[in-house]
Design a binder for this molecule. Structure first.
Ligand SMILES: CC(C)(COP(=O)(O)OP(=O)(O)OC[C@H]1O[C@@H](n2cnc3c(N)ncnc32)[C@H](O)[C@@H]1OP(=O)(O)O)[C@@H](O)C(=O)NCCC(=O)NCCS
Length: 170
């Protein structure tokens, strides 16, 4: 995909930084039952974001909105965590830490368009310059694998626990 000239299919789609005024509806967003193993709940993600900030580390949580409707959630990290089995590339890349579109709004192109918006944000290098954007997915998550591959992410051979790790050049 030529991401430079990529036009959003969903013109009203935009990212809103999660804050105390707008986070409540994000907590109500849900993936389908059979997707629950692929991503933490947004409440847990926001708690982790709080903890990361309290540690003076970088994190940015976003609501993904279509006009006035909250449709998804994303969270970007950068050297935010350190744990056993962590992929090494997370030490020198921006990471798509969480990403979900509510089950009611899936298969409308929101996921793909939201990645484009997130790429624009990451290319503003909010926590300093990096050469790579990283992500990971559970091996059974074929929808995420296809979405990320189509967008230009390429496996780098690492694992993050069980998850497959891939990177995109910034
Ligand atoms: C992965 C996810 C964000 C995709 O969001 P989305 O808004 O449905 O994605 P899009 O509508 O942009 O679709 C992208 C492609 O995936 C396909 N797709 C989406 N959902 C699908 C499904 N359930 N089954 C088959 N294909 C699907 C679309 O048809 C589209 O393919 P195309 O480019 O060939 O037309 C969403 O499925 C989700 O939130 N899943 C649960 C959480 C998750 O897995 N997050 C990623 C963690 S790594």
């Amino acid at each position: 995909m030529d991401r430079t000239n990529y036009e959003l299919k969903n013109k009203g789609l935009h990212l809103v930084k999660a804050d105390k005024e707008n986070f409540w509806p994000l907590i109500d967003l849900r993936v389908a039952k059979d997707q629950e193993g692929f991503v933490a709940s947004n409440a847990i993600s926001l708690a982790q974001a709080y903890d990361t900030l309290a540690d003076s580390k970088f994190v940015q949580a976003f609501g993904i909105w279509d006009g006035a409707t909250p449709v998804g959630f994303a969270m970007i990290g950068h050297n935010s965590e350190e744990y056993e089995e962590m992929a090494d590339v997370y030490r020198h890349s921006y990471c798509l830490w969480r990403f979900m579109i509510d089950q009611r709004y899936q298969k409308r192109g929101y996921g793909r368009d939201a990645l484009k918006l997130l790429l624009d944000y990451i290319r503003s290098f909010p926590d300093g310059e990096e050469a790579l954007w990283s992500t990971s997915w559970e091996p059974e998550n074929e929808v995420a694998a296809k979405l990320y591959h189509d967008f230009g992410f390429i496996e780098n051979g690492e694992k993050d626990g069980d998850e497959i790790v891939a990177v995109l050049k910034l």
